[in-house]
Design a protein. Structure first.
Length: 62
């Protein structure tokens, strides 16, 4: 994960509701402080791209 964090300039979270499994969402947020998403679902997790309409702009994820 550290390799890819250094390789990319923009980090976008798109895991949907299942990111909370084994607290993986917390781990990613700790290691990627400048995280973005396309949209946030009702549970507070970033939406999976299949459920986001086209043309959406990235927004800051927590």
């Amino acid at each position: 994960i550290n390799y890819y964090r250094e390789l990319c300039n923009l980090h976008v979270a798109i895991w949907g509701n299942h990111g909370v499994y084994q607290h993986r969402d917390r781990y990613i947020r700790q290691h990627f402080p400048d995280l973005y998403c396309m949209a946030i679902n009702k549970s507070g997790q970033p939406k999976h791209p299949l459920y986001v309409r086209a043309g959406i702009l990235y927004q800051r994820y927590r």
